[in-house]
Design a protein around this ligand. Structure first.
Ligand SMILES: Cc1cc2nc3c(=O)[nH]c(=O)nc-3n(C[C@H](O)[C@H](O)[C@H](O)COP(=O)(O)OP(=O)(O)OC[C@H]3O[C@@H](n4cnc5c(N)ncnc54)[C@H](O)[C@@H]3O)c2cc1C
Length: 400
């Protein structure tokens, strides 16, 4: 069939809205991966979504996903990964949204795309064998500790200290809002190693959670993401060997800023997928729900709401994919990642909110799952860097 751009002048070209177009960043392998993750999510995760809201999701999810090869999609085969590219991680983030459990998607993403990438990039061979390999198999669960009770956005204000003592480091301090904090076997920790060195005074450590002095203080209750566990952690004279240092001593701030770029883009992809999920559910509902003798989707006002939402979702999707393309091709597009993260988080919350509105009272009820999507997506305007911090990064990138 002639494409629309090359059609002869006398051809009748009509749009086919039922065609699911593949974006150019994805190839056939990505699409096959998408299908296989989607089928796993549909059969093995989604049926438990309601239950896991009450209990948090069980650890077997990691073991099972490790067995299926989903925890190391973009890691090299020599460490048990699938040797795929960054786009494979996007596919995972997008498909996990179909489990209808934001907390589950977040718990898995923290493991695959937040805590383990620094080990892959900055870790020694011994650290990769000890932590990355079992994490890819789903035998060890990872968490990432940046935020503290007195410092979140202001990473330079972190107070948790590691002090050298012979061949060991002694860590004291606390971390909060730590996803997977209760179930994790280890935590990738950002600490201050030289309080007088400014941005060059931070380092990363990998700390086993069974080390004496590591305390899980509190399981935190939250608005959404109920299927994930969120911890307040304390470190009281936690002694770790010198080889627990991850990456270069004094370069932890830069290491974690690098980590945050990948995390933000994956989060943005999750936002687009979450918004699409809300949209799809709501579109189905609008076709069924009757009012004043017609389905509510037939009111022009509702049709336009869908048009607005679809346009927002598509704009965010294009930003995520184009930025992912830059990242994949070796750029370090901090400005564009910040823009994608900001825009995707905002539109996701707007879309979810509009979907509640279109559902009417049903949108407020748990049964329809729309309120959960809204609660879960709301985190994205805060986590991994707030909207305000994204705006500041973007604004500063223009020399302001
Ligand atoms: C459910 C959940 C899971 C999380 N998981 C993890 C995790 O696994 N690991 C981890 O390390 N962290 C995690 N976080 C923490 C998250 O990244 C932080 O909450 C976030 O970075 C914001 O930090 P804060 O909460 O300390 O807010 P604050 O920094 O106290 O900010 C409060 C307000 O002030 C604004 N503000 C701050 N600085 C500026 C500025 N310079 N200009 C303008 N406005 C500003 C913020 O935008 C915000 O509106 C999680 C948080 C939640 C809620």
């Amino acid at each position: 069939m002639a494409s629309a751009v090359s059609a002869p002048a006398d051809a009748v070209v009509k749009p086919d809205y039922t065609r699911a177009g593949k974006h150019f960043i994805f190839n056939e392998e990505h699409e096959a991966l998408r299908e296989s993750i989607a089928s796993f999510v549909e059969r093995e995760l989604k049926p438990h979504a309601d239950e896991w809201e009450e209990t948090t999701f069980p650890d077997w999810v990691f073991a099972r996903m490790g067995e299926l090869g989903f925890l190391g999609l973009s890691y090299p085969e020599e460490y048990g990964g699938q040797g795929g590219d960054y786009y494979a991680s996007l596919v995972l983030a997008e498909e996990m949204a179909k489990a209808d459990s934001g907390g589950l998607g977040m718990g898995v993403a923290v493991h695959t795309d937040m805590a383990t990438p620094p080990i892959h990039i900055f870790g020694t061979e011994e650290q990769k064998q000890r932590y990355l390999v079992p994490s890819i198999k789903g035998q060890k669960i990872a968490s990432l500790g940046i935020t503290e009770p007195d410092a979140g956005s202001d990473v330079s204000g972190l107070k948790t200290r590691a002090v050298r003592d012979g061949d060991e480091w002694v860590i004291n301090g606390s971390k909060t809002y730590i996803t997977n904090g209760h179930r994790a076997d280890y935590i990738v920790l950002v600490v201050k190693t030289d309080p007088d060195a400014g941005y060059d005074g931070f380092s990363l450590f990998i700390v086993d959670t069974d080390t004496p002095g590591f305390v899980r203080e509190q399981k935190l209750e939250k608005l959404g993401m109920h299927a994930s566990d969120t911890a307040l952690l304390a470190f009281s004279d936690v002694r770790v060997p010198h080889d627990a240092l991850l990456g270069q001593e004094g370069k932890g701030f830069y290491h974690i800023m690098w980590e945050l770029q990948g995390e933000r883009l994956i989060g943005a992809a999750g936002c687009v997928a979450g918004a699409q999920r809300a949209f799809d559910k709501t579109l189905a509902y609008a076709g069924e729900r009757q009012a004043f003798g017609r389905s509510i989707g037939k009111f022009q006002v509702t049709r336009h709401k869908f048009a607005e939402m679809a346009t927002k979702i598509e704009s965010a999707r294009q930003m995520v994919y184009t930025t992912a393309w830059r990242f994949h091709n070796g750029e370090y597009p901090v400005r564009e990642i910040s823009m994608a993260k900001l825009h995707a988080s905002r539109i996701a919350v707007e879309v979810a909110d509009e979907c509640i509105q279109i559902h009417g009272g049903a949108g407020y009820m748990k049964e329809y799952g729309i309120e959960r999507i809204w609660r879960d997506l709301r985190l994205n305007r805060i986590g991994a860097g707030t909207d305000e911090i994204m705006l500041d990064v973007i604004g500063r990138s223009y020399g302001l």
